[in-house]
Write a new protein. Structure first.
Length: 261
Protein backbone atom coordinates (compact mmCIF):
# COMPACT_ATOMS: atom_id res chain seq x y z
CA UNK A 1 0.00 0.00 0.00
CA UNK A 2 1.32 3.48 -0.90
CA UNK A 3 2.10 5.80 1.99
CA UNK A 4 2.66 9.56 1.85
CA UNK A 5 6.29 10.40 2.80
CA UNK A 6 5.19 13.85 3.98
CA UNK A 7 2.29 13.20 6.38
CA UNK A 8 2.35 9.39 6.62
CA UNK A 9 -1.23 9.09 5.38
CA UNK A 10 -2.53 6.22 3.26
CA UNK A 11 -5.14 8.17 1.28
CA UNK A 12 -3.26 8.16 -2.04
CA UNK A 13 -5.29 8.90 -5.19
CA UNK A 14 -4.34 8.15 -8.78
CA UNK A 15 -4.87 10.73 -11.47
CA UNK A 16 -3.61 11.44 -14.97
CA UNK A 17 -0.62 13.28 -13.49
CA UNK A 18 0.53 10.54 -11.13
CA UNK A 19 -0.24 10.01 -7.45
CA UNK A 20 -1.20 12.60 -4.86
CA UNK A 21 -2.01 12.52 -1.14
CA UNK A 22 -5.54 13.62 -0.22
CA UNK A 23 -4.43 14.64 3.29
CA UNK A 24 -1.65 17.12 2.51
CA UNK A 25 -1.80 17.44 -1.27
CA UNK A 26 1.77 16.22 -1.88
CA UNK A 27 2.44 14.86 -5.35
CA UNK A 28 3.80 11.47 -4.30
CA UNK A 29 4.74 10.33 -7.79
CA UNK A 30 4.71 12.57 -10.83
CA UNK A 31 5.03 9.68 -13.30
CA UNK A 32 1.98 9.78 -15.59
CA UNK A 33 -0.21 6.69 -15.41
CA UNK A 34 -2.26 5.28 -18.25
CA UNK A 35 -5.88 6.37 -18.37
CA UNK A 36 -8.65 5.21 -20.66
CA UNK A 37 -9.47 7.34 -23.67
CA UNK A 38 -12.29 9.78 -23.11
CA UNK A 39 -14.07 11.76 -25.82
CA UNK A 40 -14.00 15.55 -25.55
CA UNK A 41 -17.53 15.81 -24.23
CA UNK A 42 -16.65 13.35 -21.42
CA UNK A 43 -13.36 15.09 -20.59
CA UNK A 44 -15.18 18.32 -19.78
CA UNK A 45 -17.29 16.59 -17.16
CA UNK A 46 -14.78 14.00 -15.93
CA UNK A 47 -12.98 14.83 -12.70
CA UNK A 48 -11.86 13.09 -9.56
CA UNK A 49 -13.72 13.79 -6.32
CA UNK A 50 -12.45 17.08 -4.91
CA UNK A 51 -10.68 18.02 -8.17
CA UNK A 52 -11.76 20.99 -10.24
CA UNK A 53 -11.70 21.23 -14.05
CA UNK A 54 -8.92 23.83 -13.77
CA UNK A 55 -6.58 21.20 -12.34
CA UNK A 56 -6.54 22.32 -8.74
CA UNK A 57 -7.99 20.57 -5.73
CA UNK A 58 -9.07 21.84 -2.32
CA UNK A 59 -7.19 20.14 0.54
CA UNK A 60 -8.05 21.21 4.10
CA UNK A 61 -8.87 24.72 2.95
CA UNK A 62 -5.83 24.96 0.63
CA UNK A 63 -5.71 24.82 -3.13
CA UNK A 64 -3.00 22.46 -4.38
CA UNK A 65 -1.77 22.54 -7.98
CA UNK A 66 -1.45 19.40 -10.03
CA UNK A 67 2.13 18.69 -11.11
CA UNK A 68 1.41 19.57 -14.74
CA UNK A 69 0.28 23.07 -13.69
CA UNK A 70 3.51 23.86 -11.81
CA UNK A 71 5.92 26.37 -13.27
CA UNK A 72 9.33 25.25 -14.52
CA UNK A 73 10.93 26.62 -11.34
CA UNK A 74 8.43 24.80 -9.11
CA UNK A 75 9.02 21.52 -10.99
CA UNK A 76 12.77 22.05 -10.64
CA UNK A 77 12.46 22.50 -6.87
CA UNK A 78 10.14 19.52 -6.57
CA UNK A 79 12.48 17.15 -8.40
CA UNK A 80 15.55 18.57 -6.64
CA UNK A 81 13.99 17.95 -3.25
CA UNK A 82 13.56 14.26 -4.13
CA UNK A 83 17.16 14.06 -5.36
CA UNK A 84 18.38 15.82 -2.23
CA UNK A 85 16.65 13.18 -0.11
CA UNK A 86 18.55 10.45 -1.96
CA UNK A 87 21.88 12.29 -1.53
CA UNK A 88 21.30 12.80 2.19
CA UNK A 89 20.37 9.13 2.58
CA UNK A 90 23.56 7.92 0.88
CA UNK A 91 25.72 10.29 2.95
CA UNK A 92 23.74 9.45 6.12
CA UNK A 93 23.14 13.10 6.91
CA UNK A 94 20.74 14.22 9.67
CA UNK A 95 17.41 15.85 8.73
CA UNK A 96 18.60 19.27 9.88
CA UNK A 97 21.43 19.20 7.33
CA UNK A 98 19.08 18.07 4.57
CA UNK A 99 16.56 20.83 5.36
CA UNK A 100 19.23 23.54 5.40
CA UNK A 101 20.70 22.21 2.15
CA UNK A 102 17.28 22.53 0.50
CA UNK A 103 16.89 26.06 1.89
CA UNK A 104 20.29 27.02 0.44
CA UNK A 105 19.44 25.47 -2.93
CA UNK A 106 16.02 27.18 -3.02
CA UNK A 107 17.64 30.52 -2.19
CA UNK A 108 20.09 29.99 -5.05
CA UNK A 109 17.24 29.16 -7.46
CA UNK A 110 15.27 32.21 -6.31
CA UNK A 111 18.29 34.37 -7.19
CA UNK A 112 18.63 32.59 -10.58
CA UNK A 113 22.11 31.33 -9.70
CA UNK A 114 21.31 28.07 -11.49
CA UNK A 115 20.69 29.81 -14.81
CA UNK A 116 23.35 28.65 -17.24
CA UNK A 117 24.58 26.05 -14.75
CA UNK A 118 23.56 22.47 -14.09
CA UNK A 119 21.23 21.90 -11.17
CA UNK A 120 23.17 18.88 -9.94
CA UNK A 121 26.34 20.83 -9.15
CA UNK A 122 24.29 23.51 -7.35
CA UNK A 123 22.49 20.83 -5.35
CA UNK A 124 25.68 19.05 -4.28
CA UNK A 125 27.25 22.42 -3.47
CA UNK A 126 24.26 23.21 -1.23
CA UNK A 127 24.77 19.90 0.60
CA UNK A 128 28.47 20.67 1.06
CA UNK A 129 27.68 24.16 2.40
CA UNK A 130 25.10 22.76 4.81
CA UNK A 131 27.59 20.18 6.12
CA UNK A 132 30.14 22.92 6.82
CA UNK A 133 27.52 25.08 8.57
CA UNK A 134 26.61 22.13 10.82
CA UNK A 135 30.28 21.31 11.53
CA UNK A 136 30.03 17.93 9.82
CA UNK A 137 33.47 17.16 8.38
CA UNK A 138 32.80 15.98 4.85
CA UNK A 139 35.41 16.42 2.14
CA UNK A 140 34.28 17.54 -1.34
CA UNK A 141 35.30 14.11 -2.62
CA UNK A 142 33.03 12.40 -0.09
CA UNK A 143 30.09 14.62 -1.06
CA UNK A 144 30.25 13.60 -4.74
CA UNK A 145 31.48 10.03 -4.16
CA UNK A 146 28.14 8.38 -5.05
CA UNK A 147 27.63 10.34 -8.26
CA UNK A 148 29.25 11.21 -11.57
CA UNK A 149 29.67 14.80 -10.37
CA UNK A 150 33.24 16.06 -10.45
CA UNK A 151 34.77 17.64 -7.37
CA UNK A 152 35.87 20.63 -9.42
CA UNK A 153 32.36 21.39 -10.73
CA UNK A 154 30.85 21.07 -7.27
CA UNK A 155 33.43 23.40 -5.68
CA UNK A 156 32.92 25.92 -8.48
CA UNK A 157 29.18 26.04 -7.71
CA UNK A 158 29.91 26.18 -3.98
CA UNK A 159 32.09 29.23 -4.49
CA UNK A 160 29.25 30.97 -6.37
CA UNK A 161 26.65 30.06 -3.74
CA UNK A 162 28.88 31.19 -0.87
CA UNK A 163 29.61 34.52 -2.55
CA UNK A 164 26.16 35.38 -3.93
CA UNK A 165 24.18 34.26 -0.87
CA UNK A 166 26.71 35.76 1.58
CA UNK A 167 27.02 32.51 3.48
CA UNK A 168 29.10 32.88 6.62
CA UNK A 169 30.66 29.48 7.23
CA UNK A 170 33.36 28.66 9.72
CA UNK A 171 36.35 26.80 8.27
CA UNK A 172 36.49 23.12 9.15
CA UNK A 173 38.93 22.29 11.93
CA UNK A 174 41.64 19.94 10.59
CA UNK A 175 41.44 18.00 13.87
CA UNK A 176 37.97 16.78 12.81
CA UNK A 177 39.52 14.70 10.01
CA UNK A 178 42.27 13.01 12.02
CA UNK A 179 40.28 10.18 13.59
CA UNK A 180 38.52 9.25 10.35
CA UNK A 181 41.68 9.19 8.21
CA UNK A 182 43.63 7.39 10.94
CA UNK A 183 40.96 4.72 11.13
CA UNK A 184 41.13 4.13 7.38
CA UNK A 185 44.91 3.73 7.56
CA UNK A 186 44.72 1.68 10.79
CA UNK A 187 47.37 3.79 12.47
CA UNK A 188 48.83 3.08 15.89
CA UNK A 189 47.71 5.24 18.81
CA UNK A 190 51.24 6.64 19.09
CA UNK A 191 51.02 7.85 15.49
CA UNK A 192 47.55 9.35 15.98
CA UNK A 193 48.74 11.26 19.03
CA UNK A 194 51.67 12.65 17.07
CA UNK A 195 49.37 13.72 14.21
CA UNK A 196 47.19 15.60 16.71
CA UNK A 197 50.28 17.26 18.13
CA UNK A 198 51.58 18.32 14.71
CA UNK A 199 48.22 19.73 13.58
CA UNK A 200 47.75 21.45 16.95
CA UNK A 201 51.12 23.18 16.62
CA UNK A 202 50.14 24.50 13.19
CA UNK A 203 47.06 26.35 14.44
CA UNK A 204 47.39 30.04 13.76
CA UNK A 205 50.36 29.48 11.46
CA UNK A 206 50.15 31.23 8.05
CA UNK A 207 50.87 27.92 6.32
CA UNK A 208 47.33 26.68 6.87
CA UNK A 209 45.61 29.92 5.85
CA UNK A 210 43.64 29.30 2.66
CA UNK A 211 44.65 25.62 2.57
CA UNK A 212 42.22 22.72 2.53
CA UNK A 213 42.13 21.20 6.06
CA UNK A 214 42.38 17.67 4.70
CA UNK A 215 45.67 18.47 2.94
CA UNK A 216 47.17 19.59 6.26
CA UNK A 217 45.96 16.41 7.98
CA UNK A 218 47.13 14.15 5.14
CA UNK A 219 50.60 15.67 5.24
CA UNK A 220 50.75 15.51 9.05
CA UNK A 221 49.80 11.82 8.89
CA UNK A 222 52.54 11.11 6.35
CA UNK A 223 55.13 12.89 8.53
CA UNK A 224 53.97 11.15 11.72
CA UNK A 225 54.08 7.68 10.16
CA UNK A 226 57.69 8.21 9.19
CA UNK A 227 58.62 9.47 12.66
CA UNK A 228 57.00 6.55 14.49
CA UNK A 229 58.07 3.87 12.01
CA UNK A 230 54.36 3.20 11.43
CA UNK A 231 55.14 3.75 7.78
CA UNK A 232 52.53 4.34 5.09
CA UNK A 233 53.38 5.19 1.50
CA UNK A 234 52.28 8.46 -0.07
CA UNK A 235 49.94 6.46 -2.28
CA UNK A 236 48.26 4.84 0.75
CA UNK A 237 47.81 8.21 2.45
CA UNK A 238 46.52 9.73 -0.79
CA UNK A 239 43.94 6.97 -1.27
CA UNK A 240 42.70 7.27 2.31
CA UNK A 241 42.42 11.07 2.34
CA UNK A 242 41.61 11.99 -1.25
CA UNK A 243 44.66 14.27 -1.46
CA UNK A 244 46.97 13.81 -4.44
CA UNK A 245 50.55 12.70 -3.79
CA UNK A 246 52.09 15.90 -5.21
CA UNK A 247 50.18 18.00 -2.68
CA UNK A 248 51.16 15.69 0.18
CA UNK A 249 54.85 16.00 -0.73
CA UNK A 250 54.69 19.79 -1.07
CA UNK A 251 52.72 20.38 2.13
CA UNK A 252 54.88 17.90 4.09
CA UNK A 253 58.00 19.81 3.11
CA UNK A 254 56.44 23.09 4.31
CA UNK A 255 55.32 21.55 7.62
CA UNK A 256 58.74 20.00 8.29
CA UNK A 257 60.40 23.38 7.80
CA UNK A 258 58.15 24.84 10.48
CA UNK A 259 58.66 21.94 12.89
CA UNK A 260 62.45 22.11 12.49
CA UNK A 261 62.68 25.89 12.84
Amino acid sequence: MNRCPECGGFEIDSCSDGLHCRNCGLVVDDTPISTPFLPDNKKRSASLPGTSIAGTMPMNGRVIKHYWLLTTREKNLFKSKKQLGRIASKLRLPNSVEKDAYFIFKSAVDKDLNVGRDNASMLYASVYASCIMHNIPKTPLEIVAHSDMSRKRMLSSYKIIKEKLNLHVNPIDPLDFIQRFSSRLQLKQETISLVNEIVGNLKGNPIIVGKQPKTIVASAIYIATKMTQDKRSQREVANATGVIEVTIRKRSHEILEILES
